[in-house]
Design a protein. Structure first.
Length: 394
């Protein structure tokens, strides 16, 4: 079904030249439309009850504008004789007309982060567990917890008493080596034990159907150059100061996941993730200094996304995007010598909104990209400590 409502904007122009009657022009311009496109699905209730995909695409565009009204008066010279001139113009000078959904670095990053948040929520609800340590290492879980606790206590004691060794250089090297040992060996093991325990609990007590979403909003500003001249009246023209555009892009992935309880034989291989498809992502994590690549890019996340998956199946996934653009532009009159007079000012404003929901079917894979500066700054302290420790241990 398609519903179309045109949005018209009234334009007008009135000008006068002494000795002649005023000239009046009025017209309407179609700035944009209010468009709605949707597909009905009368059997959606039955599909939902059967855990089937009941989603449908939807699209809407709204484009509204307010033209600038500029009024002035003055004088001009024709063959050495002065005449009174002036008028008013309602125009769209400097305004940018409707566009489609943008695709740039901001939107690509937003979609990638939204996907990451969705998959992280699903992994938490499912209790998915991915380990780089062989399954045999977890044969004695209680012993692993006990030994890790002892190592952690020894690390804290060593960090407190290490200053007694004397010498800034020797102390720095000792602390660096101690931090590397704990950061790359003990801490990941403790985290893996915690994930394993949580995974077991959630497998024994969880819902069969999980619905989650991942969302990200990005905003950015844009300035366009000065524009003009635009028609006004005898002796004067209109110029725009340059449009200021404010963009907002929100993307949301919503997915329904059907969890299948694994039997005891398949529990370790399927739920814990000890399958052949985890070899590549595990090998990458074991590569020296792989965290340096992850510091500037999402390489590790992409490999894990491509070569691993959750237990169960996704029975629906939709992608919803809402894009808003606010535009503002100041318009003023400029007199052409020898004409002169008062200077009129006006402002054009526009609001453009596009909402689009598409049916994905399955959760898409994330794409490789270089992280933004804001993402690099986030959680940067542990990575910097690792780098400083490596340099300090030399």
């Amino acid at each position: 079904m398609r519903i179309l409502t045109p949005n018209y904007v009234d334009n007008s122009q009135t000008s006068y030249f002494e000795g002649s009657p005023p000239t009046v022009n009025n017209w309407s311009q179609n700035y944009g439309n209010d468009v709605r496109e949707r597909t009905s699905n009368p059997g959606y209730r039955v599909a939902i009850a059967k855990h089937q995909d009941a989603s449908s695409p939807y699209h809407r565009e709204v484009h509204n504008a307010e033209w600038a009204l500029v009024t002035d008066s003055g004088y001009t010279y024709v063959s050495g004789k002065r005449y009174a001139v002036g008028g008013s113009t309602r125009c769209s000078g400097g305004l940018y007309f409707p566009v489609s959904l943008p695709s740039n670095g901001n939107t690509i990053a937003a979609e990638d982060i939204a996907l990451k948040r969705l998959k992280a929520k699903l992994a938490t609800d499912v209790g998915a567990f991915k380990s780089l340590v062989p399954l045999g290492e977890y044969k004695e879980l209680r012993g692993m917890v006990h030994s890790s606790s002892e190592v952690t206590a020894d690390f804290l004691k060593a960090a407190i008493t290490i200053k007694q060794r004397g010498g800034i250089r020797r102390m720095r090297k000792a602390l660096s080596q101690l931090w590397l040992q704990y950061s790359f060996a003990v801490a990941p093991t403790i985290g893996a034990i915690s994930d394993l325990s949580e995974s077991i609990v959630k497998t024994l007590d969880r819902d069969h159907v999980i619905t989650q979403y991942g969302q990200k909003t990005v905003r950015w500003q844009e300035n366009q150059p000065r524009g003009g001249p635009y028609g006004h009246h005898t002796g004067a023209s209109l110029y725009s100061s340059g449009a200021q555009l404010s963009h907002s892009y929100r993307v949301r992935y919503t997915a329904g996941h059907l969890v299948r309880i694994q039997s005891l034989n398949n529990y370790r291989s399927d739920h814990f993730g000890f399958t052949s498809k985890d070899v590549i992502s595990a090998a990458y994590e074991l590569t020296p200094f792989s965290w340096v690549a992850d510091y500037f890019s999402n390489m590790g996340d992409v490999l894990e996304d491509v070569f691993s998956g959750l237990s169960g199946s996704t029975f629906y996934c939709t992608k919803s995007v809402k894009y808003e653009r606010h535009t503002q532009c100041h318009v003023s009159s400029v007199w052409t010598p020898p004409s002169y007079g008062t200077v009129g000012h006006g402002t054009t404003r526009a609001y453009d909104m596009i909402f689009d929901r598409s049916v994905m079917g399955t959760i898409p894979h994330r794409s490789f990209r270089i992280k933004s500066m804001d993402e690099i700054r986030t959680n940067a302290i542990p990575k910097l400590l690792n780098l400083v420790s490596i340099l300090g241990s030399k």
